[in-house]
Design a protein around this ligand. Structure first.
Ligand code: SDX
Length: 429
């Protein structure tokens, strides 16, 4: 039991645990001395009640459905700014002036090419390799380059590595897509903005001029903003833990990509679209809702539920609006998948099971439909999530490196294995 002043009574021991308050959000109980004082660990396998660090980057209020980046609501950033402005904000902590924005955009643009020999890493993969497997491998390979920006103790080199990661992810993601479909790589074009450049690298072919659709470019840019950062989610925590040992920053990002790939995390947008395709028609929805409720059925409604949001994911609302814009622009507003998605959302939001468990649509529920309409195969959805989340990973990584309290992350455990026993020679077994 912990009383208000942070005292913990454990059997006959009473320990004083400092309680720290942030600027907003829940207090934390500092248990750093708990083991020394009591000989006991805390136990929280999914980290549902554990703050792993102090951070100034992103704040989420899951009950109120609030998401702030450096204090600015995601709705305002997505409606009024662009992705590189959000990148600047996450990295530097303030919105850029016009001059700072121009300089930052230029610095990112000047890093969009990759070393030419990077293209050889792709040829080692089968064409049908999942693009996320390719991303883990090729982004990890970046750690073999750029020896001038891997001294993580040097703030300048940390910023150069951050810019390189943000700038090169679209190029590498587009290369993964082009390799997957057997088309030639398309080089970045410096006179295009970030999202337009990415769309062109994905969809341009050498045989004809590629015209960027401004509605799709704006939608792509907004999708990047919505996925930029999200507090201490699984993949960000992976990047922080990998970085806490002093590992190469590019290798840490590759670790984050690996974690994001899982269907419970960033892989949910691909899984959500596959689920909508499996449901197929509106009349099949009740059967799947019943399966989602069935304790004995492992099926879950992909794109629903969230560890933190017990209210509507604020990103999902903006994503839904973007979905309608894109489908209208492309003439797919009667897309059968959207009909199934809208009906599924309506039913789930009125069903007592989902209300009681606070299972609302999350960002992945709508992003899949939008990306499919834009021409991306489902296997590319999580790649786009990783592209956007790179800025969040690298900003959180840099914050961890600069944190004076930072030390290597090394959790303990509750051991339930065999107590010590002696070896039995083979002849006696
Ligand atoms: C992302 O952390 C982040 O911020 C992640 C993210 C980011 O930007 O980084 O927001 C991105 O990963 C979004 C989440 C995408 N994942 C999915 O859409 C997959 C489907 N959702 C679930 O797998 C689940 O909701 C999680 C993984 C998202 C959250 O899991 P929790 O917090 O561990 O919750 P839980 O699995 O313990 O579920 C609580 C209850 C359970 O029922 P009981 O055992 O209490 O009876 O709700 C049920 C679950 O069975 N439940 C669902 C459900 N999700 C949870 N039932 C049906 N369908 C679902 N989708």
């Amino acid at each position: 039991m912990t009383d208000k002043s942070g005292n913990l009574v454990l059997g006959d021991k009473k320990v004083d645990l400092p309680v720290k308050s942030g600027s907003i959000g829940p207090d934390v109980i500092d248990i750093g001395t708990l083991y020394k004082q009591t000989g006991a660990f805390t136990y929280d396998p999914g980290f549902t009640s554990t703050a792993s660090c102090e951070s100034k980057i992103t704040y989420i209020d899951g009950d109120a459905g609030i998401l702030l980046h450096r204090g600015y609501p995601i709705e305002q950033l997505a409606e009024q700014g662009d992705f590189l402005e959000t990148c600047y904000l996450l990295l530097y902590g303030e919105l850029p002036t016009a001059a700072q924005k121009k300089d930052f955009d230029h610095r990112v643009t000047m890093h969009t090419m990759v070393h030419e020999q990077m293209s050889r890493f792709f040829t080692g993969f089968r064409r049908d390799a999942h693009p996320m497997a390719v991303m883990v491998g090729t982004v990890g390979a970046l750690s073999a380059f750029y020896h001038d920006s891997t001294d993580i103790t040097d703030p300048h080199q940390r910023m150069v590595a951050s810019l390189r990661m943000i700038a090169k992810m679209p190029t590498i993601a587009a290369m993964a897509y082009k390799y997957h479909i057997g088309q030639p790589f398309v080089y970045p074009q410096n006179d295009l903005d970030y999202a337009s450049n990415f769309l062109r690298m994905c969809f341009a072919v050498p045989c004809e001029e590629y015209k960027v659709n401004p509605v799709l470019a704006r939608a792509m840019d907004r999708i990047f903003i919505l996925h930029a950062d999200h507090e201490q989610n699984a993949s960000t925590s992976t990047v922080r833990l990998a970085g806490s040992s002093g590992a190469n920053p590019f290798a840490c990002i590759a670790a984050g990509i690996a974690c994001l790939w899982g269907p419970a995390h960033g892989g949910a947008n691909e899984a959500a679209l596959n689920m909508l395709q499996e449901i197929g028609t509106v009349d099949k929805i009740p059967e799947y809702i019943a399966r989602a409720k069935d304790k004995n059925d492992p099926f879950r409604l992909m794109g629903f539920g969230h560890r933190v949001y017990k209210n509507y994911d604020p990103r999902a609302k903006i994503m839904q609006k973007t979905t309608h814009e894109v489908l209208a622009e492309l003439g797919h507003k009667d897309d059968p998948l959207l009909q199934v998605a809208m009906e599924l959302e309506k039913i789930a939001l009125t069903d007592e099971y989902f209300i009681e468990k606070k299972l609302y649509p999350n960002i992945d529920f709508y992003s899949g439909i939008t990306l499919k309409a834009m021409g991306f195969p489902t296997t590319m959805f999580t790649v786009l999530f990783a592209l956007a989340r790179t800025v969040g990973w690298i900003a959180q990584w840099a914050e961890m490196i600069e944190d004076p309290q930072q030390r290597i992350g090394r959790p303990r455990q509750l051991y339930t294995g065999e107590p010590q026993r002696d070896y039995v020679p083979l002849s006696k077994r």
